[in-house]
Design a protein around this ligand. Sequence first.
Ligand code: BTN
Length: 255
Amino acid sequence: MSEKQLRKTAANFIGKRIFDYEELDSTNLEAFRLINEGGSKHGDIITAKTQTSGKGQYSRSWVSREGGLYMSIIVCSKADENLNLITFAAGLACIDALKKITDTSFSLKWVNDIIYDGKKLGGILTQSVTRGNISTIVCGIGLNLNSRVSDIEDENNKAISVFEITGKQTDIDILIKVLCESFEHYFDEFQKNPQEIIDEWQKNSNILNKKVFFEANGINKKGFIKGLNAKGHLIIISNGQEHILTSSKSLKIFD
Ligand code: BTN
């Protein structure tokens, strides 16, 4: 492991310390090891060139070939019910940073996917631990950049990488720097004006009016997405009735 510094960064606290590994089981697991040893600081970043046991949402694994970006950001926040918005902030930071570095536009899909042309370029796994009234959040980001990934498919999407879209290699260190700056901007916004994060996320996703299958009280239902409420939860209309789905519940969205 080496500790590296971001050069000429505009970020004040995100990425002030970067723990950079050649290989890890998972950057999220390493982040929690650091937290549990009492050695973590607000804004710390863990990066790895590959992961042998990358974790995805819903206990899936995350294929982590060399040439991708695998990083976890550690942040502390007041423990409250808005913490799910940090995943939105991270998604917005990812598409902003990718746009700046690759000159390509990406969109967001509920609740943590970075999408290009219906295919999955990246994902976010946010986990947290709360002690007293402070939560420590680990925001794990995986982006397919310089490797070929079109053979990978999870149950919702085929995968795609920046290289497969643009034919160009991405400088991962520069992307990390820009991502840190972008994440800091949205984390700040999350603390000052959470509704702004919800509005921005909705603007950059294509979820409105999408047809969905979902589960409510153990019953499978069909409906459509009306939008997000003030907590960042999904509002779904089914047979004229409103249902609220939190990010922890999976649902099938039809493109
Ligand atoms: C998903 O879409 O299912 C979320 C994928 C998150 C993958 C990243 S890679 C860096 C960090 N470490 C992990 O083990 N997972 C996250």
